[in-house]
Design a protein around this ligand. Structure first.
Ligand code: UGA
Length: 447
């Protein structure tokens, strides 16, 4: 089948490449000429493990190409994916759909035969219907099927998520569209990956509800972690014990500095805006948004407290600034809330991140970027782990201690064990685990 993927950002690039790997003929379109030129030469604008190799392989096999010529790419496709960005609109948190409708209008003008038009971008309920209206208005004779096919890729493991998904969601109303989508996903269907067919609105909502639910799990466990610190409980074991219940599940119960990234913060906010529009209440999601914002802000104070409330002219080594490991993405990363507060109190910041410098350099002014973790820790008064890059859990403790001026570690991702760190001579603070005697309120003591 011939697929045109409009938008060669993260979602479009990964999905387009994986469809080419399935054997389809894929054209990825973007209006950014320099990006298309780089991609055609095999230079990838994002860091995603395995993506570069897969792109090169499929370009070499002539199944994947890149262009800025949207008209030609639309004209020849059996399935046209809309995979452009839907950022948060300033002021009201609604998803900004201007790029989506711009593309829909271009499809209306350039398409001369039947094609399925599928949204991969995360779009609020009702967008598919509006795209249909837009196409009918521009070309009433055009025969198209509009489909919602949301993606559930995680940055850092996107190819694995695409190739081995828990499910594929397809919101389509006509039998013809369903058949075409089945053909598209045939390699997954033949491996018995579950495919759920729904109407357009349901598929659109599944995406938001899934992200909001995962965000809720994280915000929930972060609040429980705070409680653990006050009552001598251990969050790692609480998460484990909860996760053993199959109804709850063990995933996304890892306490940390709050969720970031290009999806959860934007999508939870957009869901609250959609609910308002439909006069429906999502008070739980509103609470999650608020709880996560507070969480990110509270992390800087946690560090300041661990450093005895005095960080003026002190050097703090920050290990990891991306919103999670295995990505170079800094969007909504907790580090962007934490570091400016530390700087405003006079701290000097050394940073090491395996991939974060390229994006971080403009977002975090006045910091010193270091080439390895030990260089960041050299003569620093403390080290703070913000992102759990795998290499940080295998650091040489003796060398760390030697590098730091004071052996103080604040681990916001719980990658080390308190006993191990204390034994190695560190003062070690982590999340939801008490390494010092807790203050138990008298009411509990009496009981
Ligand atoms: C998320 C979803 O997981 C994907 O299913 C979805 O397709 C994607 O959004 C999207 O809508 O495009 P992603 O943003 O790449 O994927 O990252 P996650 O792995 O979900 O992590 C998001 C944030 O939550 C990170 O800041 C991470 O550190 C944090 N997190 C995650 C925790 O703090 N604790 C956890 O247990 C899990």
């Amino acid at each position: 089948m011939r697929i045109t993927m409009i938008g060669s950002g993260y979602v479009g690039l990964v999905s387009g490449t994986c469809f080419a790997e399935f054997g389809h003929e894929v054209t990825c379109v973007d209006k950014d000429e320099s990006k298309i030129q780089s991609l055609s030469k095999g230079i990838i604008p994002i860091y995603e493990p395995g993506l570069e190799t897969l792109i090169r392989k499929n370009v070499d096999n002539n199944r994947l190409k890149f262009t800025t010529d949207i008209k030609t790419a639309i004209g020849t496709a059996d399935v046209i994916y809309i995979a452009v960005g839907t950022p948060s609109r300033r002021g009201d948190g609604h998803a900004d759909l201007s790029y989506v409708y711009e593309v829909a209008e271009e499809i209306g003008r350039s398409l001369k035969k039947h094609a399925v038009i599928a949204t991969k971008s995360t779009v609020p309920v009702g967008t598919g219907q509006k795209i249909m209206t837009c196409l009918n208005k521009i070309n009433p004779l055009l025969e198209t099927d509009v489909v919602s096919n949301p993606e559930f890729l995680r940055e850092g493991s996107a190819i694995e998520d695409f190739m081995n998904p828990d499910r594929v969601i397809i919101g389509a109303s006509s039998e013809r569209a369903k058949e075409i989508m089945k053909e598209l996903y045939r390699p997954l269907i033949s491996r018995e990956v579950p495919v759920l067919f729904t109407n357009l609105e349901t598929a659109e909502l599944i995406k938001y509800a899934s992200n909001a639910f995962l965000a809720t799990k994280i915000a929930f466990i972060n609040e429980i972690a705070d409680l653990c610190e006050k009552c001598n409980a251990d969050i790692q074991s609480v998460s484990k014990g909860m996760g053993m219940d199959k109804r709850i599940g063990e995933k996304f119960l890892h306490a940390g500095p709050g969720y970031g990234g290009s999806c959860f913060p934007k999508d939870t906010l957009a869901l609250t805006a959609t609910a308002k529009e439909f006069l429906s209440s999502v008070s739980i999601v509103e609470a999650v948004v608020q709880s996560n914002n507070q969480r990110k802000q509270s992390m800087a104070h946690r560090i300041i407290k661990a450093m005895q409330e005095d960080i003026n002219q002190k050097t703090i080594a920050i290990l990891g600034v991306t919103f999670k490991p295995n990505t170079d993405d800094m969007r909504e990363s907790p580090s962007l809330d934490i570091i400016p507060v530390l700087q405003s109190k006079g701290a000097k910041i050394n940073i090491f991140d395996p991939q974060g410098q390229k994006e971080g350099i403009n977002l975090l002014p006045g910091v010193k970027w270091c080439q390895d973790p030990y260089a960041a820790m050299q003569n620093a008064d403390s080290a703070v782990i913000i992102t759990e890059w795998p290499e940080f859990s295998a650091l040489n403790l003796a060398r760390m201690k030697e590098s730091l001026k004071h052996p103080l570690i604040i681990d916001l991702r719980n990658i080390y064990q308190p006993e191990e760190m204390e034994k190695a001579g560190f003062t070690y603070y982590s999340i939801g685990r008490t390494s010092v005697r807790p203050i138990i309120p008298s009411i509990i003591k009496a009981a």
